[in-house]
Each structure stands twice: as C-alpha cells, then as structure tokens.
Design a protein around this ligand. Structure first.
Ligand SMILES: NC(=O)c1ccc[n+]([C@@H]2O[C@H](COP(=O)([O-])OP(=O)(O)OC[C@H]3O[C@@H](n4cnc5c(N)ncnc54)[C@H](O)[C@@H]3O)[C@@H](O)[C@H]2O)c1
Length: 409
C-alpha cells in the first residue's frame, strides 16, 4: 500500500490524511500554515485572495506564528507560471497520540515523545486518574526546555476518535519471578475493555501495544478492534534487539548502531537471535565469531544475558521502562513520519516463517499505515526450528486464553 509522504517544510502536496489506508476528507485551512510538515496530515484548498497570489508568486509565505517567510513552493510555481493554480497546505490540527496506561512504561514513552517532539498533542488516560494528572503536570514542565511544542493533557476515550496513534501500556506488569506469559488472563480481560472503548469512538489510526505478553495482546487488539492487521503493531522484540545490539556493540567495541542483528520470535523466554543475518561494522557476525576460539560461546552468553535482562532489572528496580519507552517512541516516529523503516516489532504472520494467524516478533517495514510488510529473514535450519518452537509456545498460550479465530466476535 503506497504511503503518502509528508511533503517539504511548510507547504505540502498531499490531500487528506491517510491513516489506516483510508483517506480522511480534506479540510479547508488558512493559507501558509507552515508548521513542521513531519507532524501533520495535509489538506487541499482553493484560495483566490490577494494573499494567495502573493504566496504563489513567491513573495511571501507564513510560518506557524503567521510571520512572513519566502514561499518555497510558491517560488517554484511562480517560476513555472502556475501562480493561479490551487495551493495545497497543511491543516493545523496535527497529530494526536493517546497513551492508555501511565505506569512505568507509559510514562517513559510519554517522556520520550515530549523530548523528541513526535506529536502535537499527547493525551494520557489511566484508571488511576490522579496519577495520570500528576504525570501530565510534570510532563508539561518538561515542554519548555524540550525544544518542541507538545500539548500534554489528561483525557477520555473520546480523544481517540481523531487520534493518529493509540499506544496501550495499561495492565499488570511482571512481579519478580513471574514470566510474561503468566500475565495473559489478567491483561486480555483489561484489553477487551480498553479496545472496545477505543473502537466505540470510531478510531481508525494505528494501535501500538506494549503490555505483556505483547505478542498475544497485539493479536487480541487486532481481533477485538476489527481493524486491518497493518493498523496493529506490537512492540515485539524491539527491546530485546536493542539489548542484543548494545551488548554486541560492547563486545566488538563499536557503537550499537553499527550492529545489525535481530532478536525474533516471542518477546519472552523462547525468543532467538538471528546470527545468520547479522553484521557488526558491516562484517557478518558468523565471520567475526569464527575469528575467535570462544566466539560462539561468547555470543551465546551475550544472548542469554539479553533474554534474561528483564528479570535482573525487575529484581533490581521493580520494572523496566527506559528501553521500552524509547523503543515505542522509535516505532511511533516511524509511523508519524511515514518512514518505511525496518524495525523489529510484533506483526501478524500470514505464511511467513511457516506460520499464520499469529502475532510474533519479526522485522517489518513500518510507515504511516503501520505495518507495510513483514520481512521474512532467511533463517538457517537451527534458527527456523527455534522460531517454530517459539511460535508453538505462543499458540498454546493463545489457545488456553480462548484467543484465535473466534475472538473477534
Ligand atoms: N513490551 C515490552 O517490551 C515491555 C517492557 C516492559 C514492560 N512491559 C509491559 O508493560 C505493561 C506495563 O508495565 P508497567 O511497568 O508500566 O506497569 P505499571 O503497573 O507501572 O503500570 C500499569 C498502568 O496501567 C494502568 N491500568 C491498569 N488497568 C488499566 C485500565 N483498564 N485502563 C487504564 N489504565 C489501566 C495502571 O493504573 C498503571 O498506571 C506490563 O504488562 C509490562 O509487562 C512490556
């Protein structure tokens, strides 16, 4: 599905918002609302005023405060002699993100959103309204120094109606000694309630799910919402992949951003690293590991530390939050900025890796529509066997939780 890319600064050439594969009706807007085009959807309007002529002839444009600036598109059109044609400009509503669940994870996400300026409006909902109110006040005090104008408010489910993205971090978290899969019954019940309320508003944007067990709850969200699967993304193995890349970066003495390796499968105890498709500083991991007599053993230990990191962090500080909060923000940026970037997420499989009808961790192309495409890595035989085992584990839990074909009814 082709994504509509946000246009250049100030004036964009796209009509209507394109969230969820459906085009929203264009809105009439003021001329030259030149707010950062990364963040909003666009609209088309016909203007025949002197101001319009001034803009299209390249004399003036307007920035977000209404101040004049030299009109970029206007100049281009004037040069082509198109001064009287229709002008396409952004509307001023921008993007709204609704965060449901302002616990440790949700707040780390909200803080990343504010610091990175990823949306125009961030609405926070939590059953603990007092706690949500406190976080909103605190986050507002981060805005003046964050360098981006983000309006942070408490809200209700009605705010989901026009939201671009709803991120769910609500639910029970692991207690020391609990696995992620132990949380399933409690959190499926919470999600049934939350998703039905969001659906009732007519929400047609992208869901981003973080609550554990994330693969199962992403599947439940897809089923409960009735939206196309591309509009439901789970955080999947984005955190595990960050942990793995970080540890491999240390091992090879390069920045984690110079390591390209994925953790796939269940976000949990059966996940696996894909060494066969990994590189560090551009050199295949297998090649690098073969250069050291302890290479294979070392990488096994690195992965086991990655997989078990959550248990150690929860023992030490009660929760994990910054890694996942930033990972969620990275996925959000890919959606809102229509990036077509490949990220490790939880997505619905439809034959990839020999699996169907389940959400599980895999790389996928992420853009304004959510999951544009699942990327099926070329796993070796051992990796494929481990992936199958991971999928079977998830399927057993889904079946026990009564999820599957009938869950959407
Ligand atoms: N996907 C990942 O990689 C990842 C990483 C860490 C944690 N998690 C998961 O994220 C979830 C949240 O973890 P946390 O540490 O923030 O937990 P937390 O207990 O600190 O926060 C949960 C929040 O959800 C709220 N809540 C509960 N039910 C709600 C409802 N029906 N509506 C609105 N709000 C509701 C609670 O009031 C609380 O503020 C857990 O399931 C945890 O396992 C996922």
């Amino acid at each position: 599905m082709p994504g509509a890319r946000p246009g250049g600064v100030g004036v964009a050439v796209v009509a209507g918002a394109v969230v969820g594969g459906r085009r929203r009706p264009p809105r009439r807007v003021a001329v030259g609302d030149g707010r950062d085009s990364r963040r909003g959807s666009c609209a088309r309007t016909h203007v025949r005023s002197p101001l319009f002529r001034a803009v299209t002839s390249g004399i003036i444009g307007r920035d977000g405060n209404g101040a004049a600036w030299p009109g970029r598109v206007g100049r281009r059109r004037a040069a082509r002699g198109h001064g009287r044609e229709e002008l396409t400009v952004r509307h001023s509503d921008g993007n709204t993100i609704v965060l449901i669940g302002a616990g440790e994870v949700g707040v780390a996400y909200a803080y990343a959103i504010v610091n990175q300026g990823l949306c125009d409006r961030l609405v926070i909902i939590d059953i603990d309204e007092r706690r949500a109110w406190g976080h909103v006040q605190d986050l507002r005090h981060a805005v003046p120094w964050a360098g981006h104008q983000v309006t942070v408010t408490t809200g209700t489910y009605d705010d989901c109606a026009d939201a671009t993205l709803v991120c769910i971090c609500a639910g029970s978290a692991q207690k020391p000694g609990e696995t992620r899969l132990d949380l399933v019954d409690r959190n499926v019940a919470i999600f049934r309630d939350i998703v039905s309320r969001v659906t009732a508003t007519g929400f047609d944007g992208v869901y981003l799910v973080a609550t554990n067990p994330v693969d199962i709850l992403s599947y439940a969200t897809w089923r409960f919402s009735g939206l196309p699967a591309n509009q439901v993304i789970g955080s999947g193995t984005i955190l595990d992949t960050a942990r793995f890349r970080s540890a491999l970066g240390e091992y090879f003495d390069v920045a984690p951003t110079s390591v390209h390796a994925y953790v796939v499968g269940e976000h949990g105890d059966t996940e696996l690293p894909v060494l066969s498709a990994g590189t560090a500083a551009g050199i295949p991991l297998r090649t690098r590991l073969a250069q050291s007599p302890t290479g294979e053993q070392d990488v096994t230990e690195i992965f086991e530390r990655t997989r078990d990191a959550a248990y150690e962090i929860i023992d030490a500080k009660g929760s994990t939050s910054f890694g996942i909060g930033t990972g969620l923000a990275r996925i959000t940026r890919a959606v809102l900025q229509n990036e077509d970037v490949v990220l490790p997420v939880s997505a619905l499989l439809d034959g990839e890796y020999g699996q169907t009808d389940m959400y599980i961790g895999t790389p996928a192309v992420i853009n304004r529509h959510g999951v544009r495409q699942v990327v099926e890595l070329d796993l070796d035989d051992t990796e494929r066997e481990r992936f199958t085992r991971s999928a079977e584990t998830l399927r057993r839990v889904m079946d026990a939780a009564g999820l599957g074909e009938a869950a959407g009814e």
